[in-house]
Design a protein around this ligand. Structure first.
Ligand code: ZN
Length: 297
């Protein structure tokens, strides 16, 4: 009896009894470039706070390559189910169909085109030019759904041209011929006059850099996937706005250097995102061919 009491006192003194049970760990994840704590937490039905606690994180800064423990999340640690269900439901499979995209983006055509349907949160400016290869259309829909799941209260996004139904040359573009190109607008803190019926140029005052960054990353993160993004064309100064914003928030500098030409100059090599004149009011996203599709070049 006496020794048991002594043991209790000793344990209490070293704090063992005061420490709550360690969180049960659901899994470990390695942070990918562009991941946010919110996205990771939601993927596993957890609140951000629960993941922070399991990793002794004080802020929301996470870095590519970092390993995070994801706890089992119940009760107050469980994310609101509805949020995740919406995000999940809107994701669609990526079909990889051969023979739709024929030739090159600047000298090609489109067969059995897939139309980008009307959808929640975006406006198709010119429905006659809303056709693409099936994987392109699916990836566009998923990218928009991902951003909308992570940001409350976004305004409608402007969708510019993809290709016309049969592809081929169209006015105002050199490319957009084979169903692999998409012009897509930005998110703004205050929806500019005329937007989304027209694109609006990004300014440091007006650009919603958090949502626009997430839109960019939703595309860029597919660069290593089959039929994922091949290149993104974006004005150099707008690259700078997003680069500075991301750097300030602790996004890995090596990742930013692989993503942008900024700050090395408009003509600098490397970078998924390339400067093009007249691209300060939209991203021009070009997708790769489906694998083993001989008609698409
Ligand atoms: Zn374009």
């Amino acid at each position: 009896m006496r020794s048991a009491v002594l043991m209790f006192v000793a344990l209490a003194a070293t704090g063992v009894l005061a420490t709550p049970a360690r969180a049960e760990i659901q899994t470990h994840v390695k942070v990918k470039a562009g991941d946010t704590l919110t996205v990771i937490a939601r993927r596993y039905d957890c609140t951000v706070a629960a993941v922070q606690r399991a990793n002794a994180l004080e802020g929301t800064l996470i870095l590519a390559g970092q390993r995070l423990a994801v706890p089992v999340c119940r009760g107050k640690d469980a994310a609101r189910k509805g949020v995740r269900r919406v995000a999940r439901a809107e994701r669609i499979e990526i079909p990889l169909v051969s023979g739709q995209s024929v030739g090159k983006p600047w000298s090609g055509k489109l067969r059995n085109a897939t139309r980008l349907p009307e959808g929640r949160g975006y406006l198709i400016r010119r429905p006659l030019r809303a056709f693409g290869a099936a994987h392109v259309v699916a990836r566009v829909r998923n990218a928009i759904a991902t951003v909308r799941a992570d940001h409350a209260g976004l305004h409608t996004l402007a969708i510019g041209d993809l290709s016309q139904k049969s592809g081929g040359a169209i006015s105002e573009h050199h490319s957009h011929q084979s169903g692999r190109d998409l012009d897509i607008g930005f998110y703004f803190k205050r929806k500019p006059a005329g937007y989304p019926a027209s694109f609006a140029a990004a300014t440091t005052r007006n650009l919603d850099r958090a949502a626009t960054w997430d839109l960019l990353v939703a595309f860029a993160r597919t660069a290593d996937e089959a039929g994922g993004v091949q290149a993104i064309f974006l004005d150099y100064d707008v690259q700078g706005m997003l680069y500075d914003w991301a750097l300030d928030r602790g996004v890995d500098e090596d990742y930013l250097d692989r993503l942008f030409q900024y700050p090395d100059g408009k003509g600098s090599g490397g970078g998924l995102v390339r400067h093009e004149p007249h691209h300060d009011d939209h991203f021009h996203v070009r997708f790769k061919c489906p694998p083993r599709d001989k008609s698409c070049t």
